[in-house]
Design a protein around this ligand. Structure first.
Ligand SMILES: [Zn+2]
Length: 328
């Protein structure tokens, strides 16, 4: 097919009437601090949301910076299915779920007036699913030999599996009305606890066994994630220069870019470690562990779904009750 044919099909699919709004034209709950333009109308059709993603909206960069890497990790996961690399596949799958869920939430939240809540809930769940997937990969390939027989080693994956939905619930509850400072602190604390737990192999290898394999990859991963969290939490640079980073360069864009680079470093390190073999035991142990983490991942996914549906229903009820009271 000629290149011009591709462009003519694309231009027919993209609606021409997509208009973007100023911050003053959208409800307060949709506004981001320091972002003054590029907002999409809500509710909107799926087609108009898709169209906005190939134009300069304030979600375009957020969508593509997770969608392209998400497809890459999904292809990686599919390519390794059935290769007796269970923990590695669970890890790759968790990254793909994280990135693709996040990109779709960013791209299509305006299709419903409650879509913004849903997109945040999905985003929190996806991040914690990824954290659990990382714990599975770390346990299988990163920990120094001997760790798996310690009390901490025996409970590492199980605790990560429990913390993942708990942290999702805490993050979702932080979107209910209340003191915003406390909301932000509890949301960040929830993530920090799980990510510290997930990165125990690095701490253990550094402090107890002095094992420095893949140190550069792991350290780059942690440093970049810390920068990403700092930039996101401070809303830099748009809070300092309102209106200058509406389309590209906002703190959320930087969060995605730093976060994705951090994940890529982790992926490179884990791929190298995986090629050295399954640390805790032989191939029979690997099969048992693969079955365990696959069923744990299914439980985490189902628990997250229950949490998201419950939070959505209760937020919708709060919303209706508020308007009922305001009618009086
Ligand atoms: Zn995001």
């Amino acid at each position: 097919m000629m290149m011009c044919d591709v462009f003519s099909i694309a231009s027919r699919l993209v609606p021409r009437d997509t208009t973007f709004l100023q911050a003053s034209e959208v409800p307060e709950e949709f506004r981001e601090p320091g972002i003054l333009s590029g907002y999409r109308a809500c509710p909107a059709t799926v087609r108009s949301c898709a169209g906005s993603l190939v134009r300069a909206s304030n979600e375009t960069v957020n969508f593509w910076t997770h969608f392209i890497p998400g497809v890459f990790f999904l292809l990686q996961a599919l390519a390794h299915m059935g290769c007796s690399e269970g923990p590695y596949v669970v890890y790759l799958f968790s990254v793909a779920v994280f990135m693709l869920t996040s990109s779709l939430a960013h791209g299509f939240w305006p299709v419903s007036t409650r879509g913004l809540d849903l997109s945040f809930f999905l985003d929190y769940a996806a991040m914690n699913i990824y954290a659990f997937g990382s714990a599975c990969g770390n346990y299988a390939y990163y920990f120094a030999p001997g760790f798996h027989d310690t009390t901490l080693g025996r409970h590492y994956v199980g605790i990560a599996g429990m913390l993942s939905p708990i942290c999702t619930l805490i993050a979702c509850l932080s979107r209910y009305p209340g003191c915003w400072k406390m909301q932000k602190i509890s949301r960040l604390a929830g993530f920090a606890v799980l990510y510290t737990w997930t990165n125990l192999p690095l701490i253990y290898n550094l402090t107890v066994t002095q094992r420095f394999d893949d140190l550069a990859n792991e350290l780059s991963h942690v440093v970049l994630l810390t920068i990403a969290a700092g930039v996101y939490g401070s809303h830099w640079p748009e809070r300092w220069f309102p209106g200058s980073f509406d389309i590209i360069g906002s703190s959320h864009n930087l969060l995605h870019v730093f976060g994705t680079t951090a994940v890529y470093y982790q992926f490179c390190g884990l791929r190298k470690a995986k090629n050295r073999g399954f640390v805790p035991g032989n191939s029979a142990d690997l099969q048992i562990f693969s079955a365990q983490v696959t069923s744990m991942m299914a439980s985490v996914l189902m628990t997250d779904m229950v949490i998201i549906v419950t939070c959505l229903l209760s937020k919708a009820r709060n919303f209706r009750t508020k308007f009922k009271h305001e009618d009086f």
